[in-house]
Design a protein around this ligand. Sequence first.
Ligand code: FMN
Length: 234
Amino acid sequence: MPPFNRVSGHTATCVRDRDTITAQNVDVSTRFGLMCACHQGSNEGDTPVMKIAVFVGSIRNGRHGRTVGQWALDQLQARGDGNTYELIDLIEQDLDQLTAAVPPIMAAGTYDEVKTTAWSGTISSYDGFIFVTPEYNASVPGTMKNAFDLLKVEWEGKPVGFLSYGGGGGVRAVNHWRDIVANVGMLPLEAQAALAFDDHFVDFQFAPNEQTVELLEAVAAELVQVGEKATVNA
Ligand SMILES: Cc1cc2nc3c(=O)[nH]c(=O)nc-3n(C[C@H](O)[C@H](O)[C@H](O)COP(=O)(O)O)c2cc1C
């Protein structure tokens, strides 16, 4: 089996394997309509191509999140490592507040809500993530947490790195994110790019420097490494 886009670390969710895959007694074969990146244009046995999302989670007017996320996307694409990098900007997603009667863990990828079904398709199509997160009141932004909580299996088994920012670099938000993502079975990376305003912003405008580049590169390198390892071990 050549999976990367997995559920529970046991099975593949790629539609190419749709006739054979199951996860923890849950039939996942019809849940994902998109083929994972590792099977797009690559031959069996090749190093898998990962499709990685830079997920911008703040939606405030005048937010810094999009600027930081766009910079990160440009840096990642400039790596020229053969992987595909895209931006998911939360402000561009049409999502409900989590009001569904069926908890996502029970829904197992099948939702009554049209918007959540679309969100499920979006997240399922990625093999790994970089969360671009501010710190709000010593924790994660509520809107980003809501978007995360809407789903479960779509995140599961996938590596996630953090690019945070704030007075103290957003470290407290990332500490909380680590618990949250681990709870759904994601693979949080050790490397972490925590951008303190004093070091990476000038007059409260994002001003990346050499150190900013190095911090992001450490996250990107580990993300790709963990992704490749997960593929080999799958
Ligand atoms: C509701 C709220 C709470 C905040 N709490 C914190 C905090 O706990 N720690 C911190 O470093 N910055 C905090 N800040 C400041 C943010 O780091 C800063 O506004 C940052 O630009 C937010 O990211 P954004 O512009 O992408 O929304 C807070 C900002 C808001 C709006």
